[in-house]
Design a protein around this ligand. Structure first.
Ligand code: KG4
Ligand code: ZN
Length: 328
């Protein structure tokens, strides 16, 4: 049994998986609410909240799975990328647990974890495929083969989720911005305003969302409050459409360039309904398999870290004691 721990941002997570990493017996996520009043994640607050919650979350993951700690054979933990203080809480807990029980440790990359969520969602999925990870902190496309993950393109500035969050904030909507924008966009016309999609040149698989944000800012500056209120659904729909267009354009282009038989989409933004709709239609037309895990596996969770652990080198007991903030 694998015990997996994830604390890279604002979710305190633990899960129990079978040794293949393709089946999760429990997947406990405690989402920190402390950040809501700041409109974004405060790193120091996140670290302290992980410290307070992690023990309880691990206990619950064991209890939900009905697995006693003595049956755990491996401890997997997110080591990068993420908030350094937040990562250290999870890593320290994982090292302590592994050392106390003389278990090996598996240090997992958070983005490999996001992609591995697809292995839990689809038992038949196997490389090769292309994968999009789109969250509040990351936007990247990978080619996944038997030998690992290869970065094909990534954002040069903001992540897609961040662009949605900032756009929602400019429009006076709530946090997180993705779902708030989608709600405000209902009944709106996505083609009413022409917001830009950057880096459209052929073969370019990178993203940029800063111009989109600026474009919304100037559009809003040219309108009065009443105008914004009246046009809110069109503004939200058009802004959301620009993000969805950029993501789907680059992802489908990557699939074509790499002749991929399957596409995986994960990260919090994968919950976006218009994005799912476009990709479903296009993949059906192209005869490409599409795997979008359920949203509880797309957002940060520890089951995906356990799934990634199955393909990540193991550090034997007690060699991982040397793993520290610098190796993160
Ligand atoms: O993966 P995630 O939960 O956390 C990390 O950033 O690691 O992703 C959060 C992001 C936020 O920016 C949020 O606005 C976005 O995912 N998001 C959505 C939706 N649900 C969450 N974006 C678009 N549509 C949604 N339904
Ligand atoms: Zn994430």
């Amino acid at each position: 049994m694998i015990l997996a721990i994830e604390t890279s941002c604002d979710d305190t997570c633990a899960a129990i998986l079978d040794p293949s990493g393709r089946r999760a017996f429990s997947n406990v996520v405690h989402t920190q609410r402390e950040h809501e009043r700041y409109g974004g994640v405060v790193p120091e607050v996140a670290s302290r909240a992980h410290l307070e919650r992690l023990d309880g979350v691990v206990q619950r993951a064991l209890a939900d799975a009905g697995v006693p700690l003595k049956e755990v054979t491996h401890v997997a933990v997110t080591v990068r990328p993420g908030l350094i203080g937040a990562l250290l809480v999870g890593l320290s807990a994982a090292k302590g647990l592994a050392y106390a029980h003389r278990l090996p440790l598996i240090p997992v990359n958070h983005l490999v974890g996001h992609v591995a969520a697809a292995y839990l969602a689809d038992q038949d999925l196997a490389p090769p495929f292309v994968a999009l990870v789109a969250s509040g902190g990351h936007t990247a496309i990978y080619s996944v083969t038997e030998s690992g993950m290869n970065l094909l393109g990534q954002t040069l500035d903001d992540a897609a989720g961040e662009a949605l969050d900032k756009g929602a904030r400019m429009l006076g909507l709530g946090f997180p911005g993705g779902p708030a924008l989608s709600k405000a966009a209902q009944g709106g016309d996505p083609s009413r305003y022409a917001f830009p999609v950057a880096l459209k040149e052929k073969n370019n698989l990178d993203f940029s969302f800063s111009g989109l944000k600026t474009s919304l800012l100037y559009r809003l500056k040219a309108m009065d409050e009443k105008g914004v209120r009246e046009k809110l659904s069109h503004l939200a729909a058009s802004y959301e459409a620009a993000v969805v267009d950029a993501l789907s354009l680059k992802l489908l282009r990557a699939a074509e360039l790499y002749d991929a038989p399957a596409i995986v989409v994960t990260g919090g933004v994968a919950a976006n309904a218009p994005l799912r709709r476009v990709l479903m239609e296009e993949c059906e037309r192209l005869g490409v398999k599409l795997v979008i895990p359920p949203s509880e596996l797309c957002t940060d969770n520890a089951a995906m870290i356990g799934a990634a652990a199955a393909t990540t080198p193991v550090v034997p007991y007690p060699d991982y004691l040397g793993l520290n903030a610098r190796s993160i």
